[in-house]
Design a binder for this molecule. Sequence first.
Ligand code: SF4
Length: 286
Amino acid sequence: MDPGRTVKLTPSSTWLAPKLLRSPSNSSTFPPAVACSCPEPYRLGRRLRQISVAAARRVRCHRSMSEGSGVAQPPVGVGLEQLRGAAAGCRACELWQDTTQTVFGEGPETARIVFVGEQPGDQEDRRGEPFVGPAGRLLDRALADAGIDRRDSYVTNSVKHFSHTVKGKRRIHQTPRPEHLRACRPWLEAEFAVLQPEVVVALGATAAKSLISPSFRITRERGRLLPWTVPGAPAPSEDDDEDAPHQTWILATTHPSAILRTPDEARAAAYDALVADLGVVAGALP
Ligand code: SF4
């Protein structure tokens, strides 16, 4: 597969992604759908809305469900605000210790694009919001330069607590371990279930490997729209309706914090590459 963007939908394109997926004329262009496995089947938002109050009655105290279980267990049949409230008390892994708070996703429930990073940083931990530090400001600028309306965007992280080590007065970012990603995954799946995004953007290697494949390489495969099955949804079948909620797309690109770490002489090019990748997403949405 070419290292460039193999899927380039023009701004004038109608959003017919699932049709394109099955179109014989595109069969050589598109890689096979990426179906993610997930530990807990989550009902999708559209179906969630069909679940009546009875489902909401099944909501139980998240603390007792999550503490010590090793895997977060979000309440089902609820919206983002209730999920955020439940996640605030999650103790499913040890990362909550020595942090200020859970940093849940932010953005409108109507968002069409969900950006998934790795984990909150130092400033995000203190403020309780994702992507508000230097990397978040760079992402905001890149979104504007790519023509993506921030109101269409929901930003979140694969892990909702700040994984770090302490050196003197500084808290140094530490990549979350696979068990942390596993423990926190149900929160992300619950966000997907409510949001039903049209496109998911994995920011950085941790999110891309977690959502697409452990063998995924950002350097080789960034900037491509890949057909994708929302985690927890049944695998797509030939008979699926074109707007079936699990028929969606994912694109991986570099994390804004990686651009901030890029040497001065190469930073402008790295930023331009991020904007170009985001432009693929902008061009795919009518
Ligand atoms: S990182 Fe995720 S799973 Fe671990 S305690 Fe925080 S919210 Fe729960």
